[in-house]
Design a protein around this ligand. Structure first.
Ligand SMILES: *Cc1c(COP(=O)(O)O)cnc(C)c1O
Length: 431
């Protein structure tokens, strides 16, 4: 068991200054108990806390750090960019370069607008979809996370097909009632909703691989079906690729599954660890965005040169041949190793994985939507999480977050992780 005294002291101080001691809720470790680690630095696949403990990190800043921490090319590029001034509020060449890299990688994105977070990207895409279609309602899926804009902090109403109710105080019911929440992987319910409200639906927004209820893969035909149904209904299909973009492949989930959405939201990896988001799509739609068109959306720091630089370096490295094959191999090695260790210890688990993105659920049935994800034994997860942390493996502190493998994770790191997990499963088995 590692000494975490300084982290505990800092957390106590932080709780006096910040709500819950954190600037984003899941960081507070509430789902797993104990205090969050205060991180001093990261290098490669490891983070180091303020008590001097080292951990193999599978949070990777919740996805952006696909190259690992403090990648030398990124830190060198950033140093150069910063020396030239950190923000101008005027166009810079780096915006062109990053926009070019992204539009080449994602043919569905003809034009792109950079913002500062994934939340801004989805919020702006929803506004644009509403303006483009002249319709107001949006369909989302239970368990998908699209940032914290009001329209998306909505849960399903009671009953099969009802308008959404706020999932957070402060969201006006008048707004949440414009969001319809349906079960992931359930095309029939989408078909029914489109029959009932078809001419009022502006867009269907989906995580093409859901990664915010744990990782849940789209079943055969789900994404295809959404593409077809939205086309027939005259509404837009928005892929929220904030996690999957440049994670599943250089062409994102849309390239991986061969589906062309109308609008795409990006974030995380495209900022290389700095705050960035983006949304884009066909010119016909994007030309409505100000100043080309009437849909207002702006940002003091949008297209920030330092953030653009981190994104450019990251994407250029990811573009090299063989990179996604390597990520797949590492993901497969870790996923199979964890699943086998659990099986051998007699712990029921289900592993959902695509490439370097995965989740281990503590249940034996397959996990295909929020209801089945909720069947995972969260006490077992909390136990597993803490046993792993005590042995130097830093997982996301919630069952409903993904595990991210980066290019910095070596075979030895993965084997060490599997070994520690094996011991953890045996201990869980014993008591
Ligand atoms: C992280 C995330 C967001 C929100 O991005 P922020 O940068 O945290 O605002 C939106 N959608 C998905 C799928 C995400 O994983």
């Amino acid at each position: 068991m590692t000494n975490r005294n300084r982290s505990r002291e800092m957390y106590e101080q932080a709780c006096r200054l910040l709500p819950g001691g954190v600037n984003s809720p899941v960081r507070a470790f509430q789902a797993v108990g104990g205090n969050p680690l205060f991180i001093e630095r990261g290098q490669g696949a490891r983070v180091y806390d303020v008590d001097g403990n080292a951990y193999i990190d599978y949070v990777c800043s919740w996805g952006p750090l696909i190259l690992g921490h403090a990648h030398p090319a990124v830190t060198a590029g950033l140093a150069g960019a910063i020396a030239g001034g950190t923000s101008f509020g005027a166009p810079t060449e780096r915006e062109l370069v990053l926009a070019g890299l992204i539009t080449d990688a994602l043919p569905s994105v003809e034009k792109i607008r950079f913002v500062n977070s994934g939340t801004e990207a989805t919020m702006s895409a929803a506004r644009l979809a509403r303006a483009f279609t002249g319709r107001q309602k949006i369909i989302k899926f239970a368990g998908c996370y699209h940032g914290h804009a009001d329209s998306f902090l909505v849960q399903a109403g009671s009953g099969a097909l009802t308008l959404g109710v706020p999932s957070s105080p402060g969201v006006p019911p008048g707004l949440s009632s414009l969001t319809i929440v349906l079960p992931y992987n359930d095309l029939d319910s989408v078909r029914e909703a489109l029959q009932q409200w078809g001419s009022e639906i502006a867009a269907v927004i989906v995580e093409p691989v859901a990664a915010n209820m744990g990782v849940v893969l789209p079943g055969p035909g789900f994404l295809d079906g959404l593409r077809q149904l939205t086309r027939e209904a005259g509404c837009l299909l928005i892929f929220d690729e904030v996690i999957t973009g440049f994670r599943l492949g250089f062409g994102g989930a849309q390239g991986y599954y061969g589906i062309t959405p109308d609008l795409t939201c990006l974030g995380k990896i495209i900022g290389g660890g700095l705050p960035v988001g983006a949304y884009g799509g066909r010119t016909e739609i994007m030309k409505l965005v100000a100043p080309d068109g009437p849909v207002y959306q702006a940002g003091t720091l949008s297209g920030n040169p330092v953030a653009m630089e981190a994104g450019i370096i990251t994407l250029n490295l990811l573009k090299q041949p063989g990179i996604y094959q390597q990520l797949e191999e590492r993901g497969e090695h870790l996923g199979q190793g964890l699943a086998k260790a659990a099986r051998e210890a007699g712990i029921d688990t289900t592993l959902n994985r695509v490439g370097s993105l995965m989740s281990l659920f503590f249940c034996s049935e397959s996990v295909t939507d929020l209801d089945s994800a909720l069947k995972s034994n969260q006490e077992q997860f909390a136990r597993y999480f803490n046993l792993m942390l005590n042995e130097g493996i830093y997982l996301a502190p919630s069952q409903f977050e993904a595990l991210f493998v980066s290019l910095a994770h070596t075979r030895e790191d993965l084997d060490q992780t599997i070994k520690v997990a094996g011991r953890a499963f045996l201990q869980m088995r014993e008591n």
